[in-house]
Design a protein around this ligand. Sequence first.
Ligand code: ADP
Length: 511
Amino acid sequence: MFTKLLVANRGEIALRIIRACQELGVRSVAVYSDADAQAPHVREADEAVRIGPAPSSESYLKGDVIIEVAKRVGAQAIHPGYGFLSEREWFARAVREAGLVWVGPPAEAIAAMGSKTAARTLAISAGVPVVPGTAQGLTDAAEARTVAAKYGYPVLLKAAAGGGGKGMRIVRADGEMAAALDSARSEARKSFGDDAVYVEKYIEGPRHVEIQVLADSHGNCISLGERECSVQRRHQKMIEEAPSVAVTPELRKRMGDVAVAAAKAAGYVNAGTCEFLLDRDGNFYFLEMNTRIQVEHPVTELVTGLDLVQWQIRIASGEKLPFTEPLVPRGWAIECRITSEDPANGFLPSTGRIEHLHLPSGPGVRWDGGIEAGSEVGLFYDPMLAKLIVHAATREQAIARMHRALLELTIDGIETSREFHLRVMEHPDWQSGNISIQWLEQHLDAIATPQPPDDAVLAAAVAAALIAERDRSARGGVSTTAASSAAPSSSPAAATGGDAWRRAGLLDGLR
Ligand code: ADP
């Protein structure tokens, strides 16, 4: 096992890795930008080194600087977390060439799965079912229309280098093709420096179900079961759970076998995730493999009892997996992504200082966060502040537990996605598990818009205020009802829409 590891990330995932190091007895080294000088991950690590100014292109994406720091402080390994440099093949290679250990898959496996078209080709050769479509970039709209005619509309244009839902366009008719292809290409070029776009059949009403795999360097590769991530907005996950209501033990085994086959075909080592679409008839199609730890890994940890980040480090240090059979999930886990976005305002990014933070606790509640009272939330990085995760015996109990935990959570000073999650937990479709990847978009207006309180709630609020007023006059003192301490928060770019920030590349660190 290493004695010192450098964490090439920030926020909640940096803290998560530091915690894993502490439990393994490995010293941790944080790196930080000027914007993060006071961040919790800097304080919690055993050592911390400044790597540059706030923009991630000048700090968290500076692979050469990070490798130099690792060598200087005597770290033997680098953990990239997710986003930033985690899926850059050149960085994984440079770390290895610098004589350091990369806590992740070999650079060759990242390359094999790095482009969606390369991954499709590999998957097909390994007998993994993929969404019908092409495996090469399109030359022009005429070719795209010919392919669409073969599979039937609607189809989905996708950037070969895609990630984070960027460069994707649904096309429902021939007449829309040319404009959609142009805009998918230009978004792909801007986001990834590569404008290759291919076409897939658009699957209506599927679920997003992904399989976590873990592979050691001794040839063992196992499936840790599924996560369902169908609650998505603009192809971005908002809520994840494990297991999935749609997956039977038999389907879990089949999907697990396929994911392991894909991982083996890529020469995979370490933790990885194969993403699938599962249609209403129980057919599943491989989408891509994420060659890193994922945001939603905690739900798998809670139902398997494994510490995935510790296993990443143990595998990188050469340890062998002690199990060879897939694990059976125990109970139910749900994760809500707490972001600095304002659901009532088109999910515009909200910035400001966190004036007050009260964290939920009690049975079965886990908080993986990167913020504290006093943290400044700006626009330089991804808006995900934290993840609230719960575990309970059944799905119904897990939903009730998440609802209770969200009610306990207080974040004052900025707008967050908390209210949005409360409303999803209360929704009958979510409660019955009757959802697909299109469900949220279809119900977003009702879920994201603040609901006027109903008469009973209003009457209770008035009664509470009257009682407080009576108590105050009885004591001749100050009211004990809590006044909101929320500082004014700003939601910029109102005119351009929230995702404009992401498109403009201001928010690095893809989720
Ligand atoms: P990215 O890497 O940009 O996140 P993915 O291929 O993982 O792209 O797809 C992201 C999401 O887009 C999926 O979870 C799903 O919601 C939707 N999606 C992708 N491919 C299809 C498809 N062929 N049909 C319907 N929805 C799709």
